[in-house]
Unconditional design. Structure first.
Length: 726
């Protein structure tokens, strides 16, 4: 007789396998998010659309993790049989996530529904995540709780650090994680990581709690019940306290910070103090863990009041008046506003009202008592309209640019979901309205007379949607996806750029129908994976699936010009087409060791090697304006980069009469120097030809060509060069 299920339960059937076939003895778990409880389903706060993991305030996250609250519940677990099959009996839910843990690998599958076909769970290598917990002094910390939270579906993976500070979270499924580390008596820390490489080492740092305390006085006497607030860029939220019967206040258990601002208030009184938690003498020592004995002296508050009117003297209700300290207020029906209980200081105020130009900024010294400041705002004139496509449907998200020559002014607007746009124009007249139809290129649309209400028909830009999969077929987040011309040439100018979301999805818009190159690039540590696809875009929406190529291992060494290894050089492998939009300020690759060597676990067949050290370049590589990179031979597994110090050809450019050429052009690059001095960088041995001319040459002026033989790393001064007279 078959088992009878409870009415609120269902069965999930499936099979676990790897590349060789069914896997027996694998642990299979089923979980489901709980609305309003699971971290992955919680907002920052009530009414917020931003998820908890993206909040600036980690306090709530730390509290939940400490209580092990917010973890998705495991509804059932079992073990796969000899033929890899499994059956789980779970409570009825809208959907499930299945996890598999085995010596052969791991797997995770989302959005599983009961009652469908058997579930096929394929084991993948996963990422072995371990590391060491350290303190501010870099000493290992024992007994720390390290929790990795799978961001998409908040399952917790935990470990404790041993006496050497070491921890091991085991093999985790590939994906994005939030790491929370804590230990009693220390301030918790939070970071993010992507489990992707076969092995990943993490080094969370726990800090000693900071303490700030002091007393609030007025005319030398303690103030009881004063409200004290502490602000710092290192803290996501403002901390609050009240003074006790002796006027004392204290802020305990603060995270690491170097500066903070204290503000104390009592009816009619206010005071502030800037506090540094560091000792400036001697320099470069650890910051202080506490500041005690601070004194905040209260003084009478000041105020500002006034009226906001239009140019005819009529009051403007609901106008906004704001100051340089992020305080703001609104005018009443009579156009009156008031700022009360302000701290004595120098302020800058401005007024803004709908349908009017914002005011000039007024600087006011508020030292005592009250001051008055009135505003008169000029009315704006509207240029409005709607963007529609060839079928009359509204076109949203298009940027428009309105420009005038006298006075010279440029205004911007974006069409809304209904296709409508509005410009607030300072005066009537003729303007040029342009549509940003192609990134970095303004397409003239029409000359318009303001005021007006327009209906503009535009061609809807083709849309490309799709997903990016890793080399195992799993969706991958934060992959750079870029749309290029079919033949980018040497300019490497792209049309559109985006990052894949948490589910590996992306969306781009092409400027017009046609043929393009589409690239996806993922760089993480010593892994670089790319894929390039030629796509034809027509009026219909294009849906694509891009799978990153696994790539090959790449090893190498960086040497100086004398053949000695160079330590501490940033090395990155990138595809030949690079946007440089996301990682402009940092490098995601490797650093060379004392032996100058580096290693990449995965590199694409076609790639460039970037070798980054200030003041240096790879020998004879790249261009003046480009990145310091060298093209790799297809299929190369070992590479040798010679790093040389950038040298300079210097000189002075003058006219035939000996006067300096202060604005000049050298090899299509402009420069300025009051004495006519110029410089041209090089990192190669051989002849270099300089083409020099005035920035705005006179009619008939000739370009001066001068060839110099140079030796890498040896700067040369070529003296004074004279431009021919016209």
């Amino acid at each position: 007789m078959a088992d009878v299920l409870p009415t609120d339960a269902v069965r999930l059937h499936g099979r676990v396998r790897d590349a060789r076939g069914p896997v027996a003895g694998a642990r299979v778990l089923a979980s489901a998010a709980v609305a309003g409880e699971s971290l992955s389903a919680l907002p920052c706060h009530e009414g917020s659309e931003k998820p908890l993991f993206e909040c600036g305030d980690d306090h709530v996250l730390f509290e939940l993790v400490a209580q092990r609250a917010g973890e998705v519940p495991v509804l059932a677990q079992g073990t796969s049989s000899a033929d890899g099959t499994f059956t789980l009996e779970v409570p009825r839910a809208d959907g499930y996530t299945l996890w598999v843990e085995s010596a052969e690998g791991v797997a995770v599958q989302h959005d599983v529904r009961a009652g469908g076909a058997d579930i096929d769970l394929v084991l993948l290598p996963g990422s072995r995540v371990s590391g060491v917990v350290r303190g501010e002094d870099e000493a290992p910390i024992a007994g720390a709780l390290v929790t990795a939270i799978y961001t998409r579906h908040s399952r917790f993976f935990e470990a404790r650090s041993d006496d050497a500070g070491q921890f091991d979270l085991g093999t985790l499924p590939r994906g994005d994680y939030t790491l929370v580390s804590s230990r009693r008596g220390l301030v918790p820390t939070r970071s993010e990581f992507k489990a992707y490489a076969p092995r990943l080492r993490l080094e969370p740092v726990l800090t000693q709690p900071r303490r700030v305390s002091g007393i609030v006085l007025h005319q030398g006497r303690p103030v009881v019940g004063a409200a004290v607030s502490l602000k710092s860029h290192a803290l996501a939220h403002v901390r609050h306290a009240r003074t006790d019967a002796r006027g004392h206040f204290a802020f305990e258990y603060l995270s690491a910070l170097r500066f903070c601002s204290l503000e104390a208030r009592h009816p009619g009184l206010v005071g502030s103090l800037e506090v540094g938690l560091y000792d400036p003498d001697p320099p470069n020592i650890p910051p202080l863990t506490e500041r005690t004995g601070l004194t905040v002296e209260l003084v009478p508050t000041v105020s500002l009041r006034g009226v906001v009117r239009d140019m005819r003297g009529r009051p403007l209700p609901n106008a906004k008046v704001e100051d340089s300290f992020e305080n703001e207020t609104r005018t009443d029906v009579r156009g009156a506003y008031v700022f009360e209980n302000l701290l004595p200081a120098r302020y800058r105020f401005r007024a803004v009202a709908e349908g009017h130009l914002e005011s000039d900024i007024h600087t006011v010294d508020l030292t005592q008592g009250g001051r008055e400041l009135d505003f008169a705002l000029a009315s704006t004139i509207h240029l409005s309209g709607v963007l529609v496509d060839e079928e009359g449907q509204p076109v949203a998200g298009e940027d428009l640019r309105l420009a005038s020559s006298e006075p010279e002014e440029t205004l911007w607007a974006t069409s809304g979901s209904n296709g409508r746009f509005t410009f607030d124009v300072p005066q009537a007249g003729r303007y040029h309205l342009q549509l940003n139809d192609r990134p970095q290129h303004f397409i003239p649309l029409m000359e318009v007379t303001v005021p007006a209400d327009l209906r503009l028909s535009v061609k809807r830009r083709p849309t490309l949607r799709g997903e990016v999969l890793d080399d195992t077929g799993q969706p991958l987040s934060r992959v750079e996806v870029t749309l290029w011309p079919e033949d980018p040439g040497t300019s490497r100018q792209h049309f559109a750029h985006t990052l894949t979301d948490a589910r590996g999805r992306f969306q781009l818009r092409a400027p017009t129908q046609g043929r393009y190159q589409l690239t996806a690039e993922f760089i993480l540590g010593n892994i670089t994976q790319t894929v390039t696809r030629w796509v034809t875009v027509d009026a219909k929406e294009v849906d694509l699936r891009l799978t990153l190529e696994k790539g090959r291992a790449l090893a190498g060494v960086v040497l100086d010009s004398r053949g000695r290894p160079v330590d501490g050089v940033d090395v990155e492998v990138v595809s030949p087409l690079r946007t440089d939009l996301v990682r402009r300020a940092r490098t995601d690759g490797q650093k060379t060791g004392p032996d100058g060597r580096f290693f990449f676990q995965s590199a694409p067949d076609e790639a460039e090697l970037r070798v980054l050290k200030r003041g240096h370049r790879p020998l004879c590589s790249g261009t003046q304006d480009g990145w310091p990179s060298m093209r790799l031979e297809p299929g190369a597994r070992e590479v040798r980069a010679v790093l040389v110090e950038v040298a300079v050809i210097s000189g002075r450019l003058v006219h035939a009469d000996g006067s300096p050429v202060t604005q000049y052009v050298i090899n299509n690059r402009s420069g300025f120097n009051a004495e006519g001095r110029f410089g041209w960088s090089f990192w190669c041995t051989g002849p270099i030809t300089l083409e020099l001319s005035e920035f705005e040459p006179k009619p008939g002026a000739k370009t001066l060509r001068h060839t110099v033989s140079v030796q890498a790393e040896t700067s040369v001064d070529i003296g004074t060069l004279v431009l021919d007279a016209p």
